[in-house]
Ligand binder design. Sequence first.
Ligand SMILES: C[S@@+](CC[C@H](N)C(=O)[O-])C[C@H]1O[C@@H](n2cnc3c(N)ncnc32)[C@H](O)[C@@H]1O
Length: 263
Amino acid sequence: MLSYQHAYHAGNLADVQKHALLCRMLEYLTQKDKPLTYIETHAGRGLYRLDADEALKTGEAAQGITRLEAGFPAGHPYLQRLAEVRARHGAAAYPGSPLLAALSLREGDRLHLADLHPQEVAALRANLVPWGAHVRAEDGFAMAQALCPPMPRRGLMLVDPSYEVKEDYEAMPRFLSTIHRKWNVGILMLWYPILVSGAHREMLAALTAVFPDALRHEVRFPPARAGHRMLGSGLFVVNPPFGLQAEAERLTAQFAALAATPG
Ligand SMILES: C[S@@+](CC[C@H](N)C(=O)[O-])C[C@H]1O[C@@H](n2cnc3c(N)ncnc32)[C@H](O)[C@@H]1O
């Protein structure tokens, strides 16, 4: 049984990195007047509250979005999405990636989401079906295989596993290669933790061998609490859209400025 619940981690530094780059990519993709598909294999619940017991217990959002928000340039699409979510759901609301995508997409675009945790799927349905999303209570890897190549063919897939199952590291290069073979124009965005143990390194070496032109962006940060094994977070993007490298560099500088400011 899966025990990971994103409510404890929503709005943390890893979320800010992932969600800021995701919003920028969706901004690029929606500039063209052509429909697109958004697929998310590990969706979570789509909407969180930063004043919920889970968020307050870890304090990760307080170290994350609360401290980083002021560093985004005015008009950044992530700031726009945050403002929209707060206007609809209150000042303590924080959007998960499916809601960020739903807010970025247009009529005619498609949204496919999967999660395996019954509680998360119920909340995801309540939060995202009103946006026209197709929500499945099934293994996200299986959903992605079944959907690809999707219609419309332009689009993006976010793969954001909780890595509770150690085999996820081993499976990822094979999984992304299979998806890329079926959907060679799709943008594939994989999130991974940077761990004290180095468990992510072998996966990255294998991914880089298959996708030498992918964009890799990593940020480092202090452990969320004493003994925490995560030292930072990374994104591996196959078929990165033009402009993403510049946005990634801007984000690196933003995280570096935060590290230099006592929290
Ligand atoms: C890191 S959270 C997702 C957070 C979300 N992407 C966001 O940024 O808002 C990972 C989610 O994956 C779900 N999960 C774990 N294994 C899965 C699988 N094989 N297929 C689909 N969902 C899975 C967990 O229940 C959890 O909700």
